[in-house]
Write a protein that binds this ligand. Structure first.
Ligand code: CP
Length: 319
């Protein structure tokens, strides 16, 4: 079956991946199944599976990234694409070129896939998708969504626990500013998990209780019986004003150390999307400890991005 076989296109009937919202559970599971195969490919000496040979992928990151940008580059190259990382800091964006003009300029170069990270929540990536002819992947837009992060988290969980449904998953920390939390809540609910959020009131968005989660303000209560403890970075760069009394107090009440982890199940696993603030939301001994999946999440990131690129490849026109 070729990458743009109509049957394959039917398995993931979307030209873009702008968020987890709007995806059907079977589409999510299909991407996870593809990603499982990509893990095997990535662990071989010969890692190239050229379903994107001759295609051009542009990575356009308006916000800093280590994991997402590098794994999209590796994923594209493993699928045979020509990958261009646009250096936004050294581009004409710095001379005042608008997002739309940047999009039109890149569109004129006939890319096949545009991977975009932007600070504007819920609008910039969607606007771009309407303005270009190619497929667009959201690599994180402000506090809105980070769909490939949620997919790689789900893949990591499923590979360890064998399922997502009926697991108790506690997402802890700066929920308010987190696109990772939002995408994970949507995805984990879609796949039947019991999702909890644990945070001080100041770091909980209004209306969070309407997202199908149980809300806790105390780590002991929130972690009790949890299968997965997902810690989030305190996003100080998105904070205007005092959301926490001090980092020291935040760590005391919400930082994950061995004592708090002991409230969860004995076989609970610890996750963090990265980058971590060690000693702020997580004790280094837990981050590097036997229950941590944090490094494995990075490996799954490449596999999930290969799966997403491959799924979208099925919709690229045959020239
Ligand atoms: N998790 C994540 O998005 O990491 P980066 O910001 O390094 O891409």
């Amino acid at each position: 079956m070729s990458a743009n076989d109509p049957h394959r296109a039917g398995l993931f009937p979307h030209r873009h991946l702008l968020g987890i919202e709007g995806l059907q559970p079977h589409e999510i599971l299909g991407l996870l199944d593809r990603a499982d195969q990509a893990v095997e490919v990535s662990r071989q000496v010969e890692k190239i599976r050229p379903v994107l040979r001759g295609r051009t992928q542009i990575n356009l990151f308006f916000e800093a990234s280590t994991r997402t940008q590098s794994s999209f580059e590796i994923a594209g190259k493993r699928l045979g694409a020509d990958v261009m990382n646009m250096q936004v800091a050294a581009s004409s964006v710095k001379k005042g070129e608008t997002l739309i003009d940047t999009a039109a300029t890149l569109n004129a170069m006939h890319p096949d896939i545009l991977v975009v990270r932007h600070h504007a929540a819920g609008c910039a990536v969607h606007l771009l998708a309407r303005k270009v002819d190619c497929s667009v992947i959201n690599a994180g837009d402000g506090q809105h969504e980070h769909p490939t992060q949620a997919l790689l988290d789900a893949l990591t969980i499923r590979r360890h626990k064998g399922k997502i449904a009926r697991l108790t998953i506690a997402i802890c920390g700066d929920i308010l500013h987190s696109r990772v939390a939002r995408s994970n809540i949507i995805l984990l609910n879609a796949l039947g998990a019991r999702v909890r959020v644990v945070a001080p009131s100041t770091l909980l968005p209004s209306g969070i209780d309407r997202m199908g989660v149980e809300v806790f303000r105390d780590m002991k209560e929130g972690l009790k019986g949890a299968d997965i403890v997902m810690m989030l970075r305190l996003q100080r760069e998105r904070m205007n004003g005092a959301f926490i009394p001090s980092v020291r107090e935040y760590y005391r009440f919400y930082g994950l150390d061995a004592e708090k982890l002991a409230y969860a199940k004995d076989d609970a696993l610890v996750m963090h999307p990265g980058p971590m603030n060690r000693g702020v939301e997580i004790d280094p001994a837990v981050a590097d400890g036997p229950q941590s999946l944090i490094r494995e999440q990075v490996e799954m990131g490449v596999a999930v991005r290969m799966a997403v690129l491959e799924a979208l490849a099925a919709h690229l026109p045959n020239h």
